[in-house]
Design a binder for this molecule. Structure first.
Ligand code: HEC
Ligand code: HEC
Ligand code: HEC
Length: 425
């Protein structure tokens, strides 16, 4: 009896100590996770000439697609549907169910509004946010591809800063992030930390059709490496020994999109990669979304924006990808996850439109940034047969892909039924 009591007492103490230690740990994490990063900020200054601003705009809109994450989803520009939305922030990344759970994160307002945006930041502070992942002493959660932006040249970072300053200020107070305890622990114990400080100037490679320049584009400016490289889904780390061997997760799944797709293997492997593709086939896939077999990529691959790249930039990326290590790795095909079986024609058309057309034609087909055309309007002057014909063959010169190899006649006709239904609303 006495021994039993003693054991129970010891057990009680042990449990008590464990609970206390856990509490102390939680308190420690809560107090320390957002400790300010007191690192010097560079005094780099952005030139404000028109060539610099144009370079910043090109990177912002077509190469890094900054606006895609920084647009406020609630502020759909109804008045000007084809316009790029302002980067006033608030796009929610709900990572509560990603891996062990990282909480709720919002993109920030990067317009020049003084109170809610970055109007009062210095150029050096903007550079530090992108290159080191420190935003006014705060360590950023790595949703923005800082691992890759880290190698961005001074010239391009400053061009981005110069361009951001030309955008109109939009007052929009983005909600505070809600990191999970796990995310806070990662910050506290240094698993999530800023990139090392850059102390030397980073020079942009010459704009020439060379693997060196292509490497800079594919890794540091455009997100090719970020989307196309597999990673460890528990801690988000990239497998750098498998550069460009394809994503480890499906794009579209987190947002509940009707269609999901894995970023493919774009190493020069002959069977599972793009080793047999000609430069022309590569450029057609990257700028028009059309593969050598005639099928159309999902718009999770931002080809609609890559069509605005200069030919040298595209060729340089091709030249570079030819030189990376070929890796044998297959990713699953894209697939429709929405259930079409019980839907009516118009509902099926709506789902297919969302999966296949919306990224370019906008919600309710009013036009999205790359495609300033209202389908409801133009389709009024076309017969059903003409519409079906156009959707099936497309018009490469306009960057409208043809869907004959991707959608069945029945599916195209469902989409037409849907487009007609918008017109009458
Ligand atoms: C994949 C999405 C994504 C892309 C692409 C992206 N960002 Fe971000 N960015 C974010 C998120 C999310 C945050 C906030 C993270 C946090 O709060 O910890 C952020 C933070 C920032 C910040 C810090 C703002 C602040 O108030 O703390 C700046 C500046 C910024 N981004 C600029 C840019 C620029 C310029 C580009 C293009 C080169 C870009 N971003 C591309 C998602 C993105
Ligand atoms: C936001 C993520 C994202 C970015 C950024 C991105 N891709 Fe993709 N890419 C994808 C996805 C997803 C697919 C697959 C789409 C599908 O299966 O329909 C894809 C497909 C491709 C394909 C076709 C591969 C095949 O075998 O079918 C090529 C080639 C390609 N991307 C090249 C590039 C290049 C070059 C860049 C940079 C300039 C780039 N991608 C940037 C997500 C991305
Ligand atoms: C990569 C972007 C992209 C995708 C994806 C896309 N379109 Fe288009 N579409 C365009 C562009 C660009 C135009 C030409 C706009 C213009 O005339 O300036 C166009 C034009 C059209 C037109 C003809 C308008 C006219 O001027 O006669 C129709 C109809 C159309 N698209 C339907 C669709 C349907 C349906 C889908 C989905 C199955 C789709 N598009 C997917 C970019 C796209």
């Amino acid at each position: 009896m006495a021994t039993r009591m003693r054991i129970l007492r010891i057990l009680g103490w042990t449990a008590g100590i464990v609970v206390c230690l856990l509490l102390i740990l939680v308190i420690y994490v809560e107090m320390n996770w957002d400790a300010p990063q007191d690192r010097p900020v560079s005094d780099l200054r952005a030139p404000a000439d028109s060539a610099t601003i144009a370079q910043g705009e090109y990177i912002y809109k077509y190469q890094s697609l900054c606006w895609g994450c920084h647009a406020d989803p609630s502020a759909e520009s109804a008045a000007d549907p084809g316009a790029f939305p302002q980067p006033s922030g608030g796009f929610l990344f709900d990572l509560r169910n990603a891996g062990p759970g990282f909480g709720l994160w919002y993109s920030r307002n990067i317009t020049s509004d003084a109170g809610t945006g970055i109007g009062e930041w210095t150029d050096g502070e903007i550079v530090q946010a992108l290159r080191e992942g420190i935003a006014k002493k705060r360590t950023l959660f790595p949703i923005m591809p800082i691992d890759w932006y880290h190698g961005m040249a001074d010239e391009d970072l400053l061009a981005l800063a110069a361009y951001l300053r030309t955008l109109p200020p939009v007052q929009n107070k983005v909600p505070d992030n809600e990191p999970s305890l796990f995310a806070k622990a990662l910050f506290t114990f240094g698993m999530l930390k800023p990139k090392e400080a850059t102390t030397e100037p980073v020079i942009r490679p010459q704009r020439e059709i060379t693997p060196e320049y292509g490497k800079y584009l594919a890794n540091n400016l455009a997100g090719c490496a970020d989307c196309h490289t597999p990673r460890n889904l528990q801690n988000g780390q990239f497998y750098y020994d498998s550069l460009f061997a394809g994503s480890s997760f499906a794009y579209g799944e987190d947002e509940g999109a009707p269609m999901i797709s894995f970023a493919g293997n774009i190493t020069p492997d002959m069977e599972t990669g793009i080793g047999t593709w000609s430069e022309e086939q590569f450029i057609t896939a990257v700028t028009a979304g059309v593969l050598p077999d005639g099928s159309v990529l999902t718009t999770h691959m931002p080809y609609a924006y890559y069509k605005f790249w200069s030919p040298e930039d595209l060729k340089a990326v091709y030249a570079y990808l030819q030189t990376v290590a070929p890796i044998r790795r297959t990713v699953p095909d894209s697939r429709l996850v929405a259930d079409l079986s019980s839907a009516q024609s118009v509902e099926r058309g709506a789902i297919l439109f969302k999966a296949r057309c919306q990224a370019c034609h906008g919600r309710n087909s009013r036009g999205a940034p790359p495609t300033n055309v209202s389908l409801a309007e133009v389709s009024a002057s076309l017969s059903d047969a003409e519409l079906m014909e156009f959707i099936s063959t497309g018009e490469m010169s306009l960057n409208m892909p043809g869907f004959a190899k991707t959608l069945s006649d029945k599916e195209v006709s469902d989409v037409v039924v849907f487009i007609r239904s918008i017109e009458t609303k």
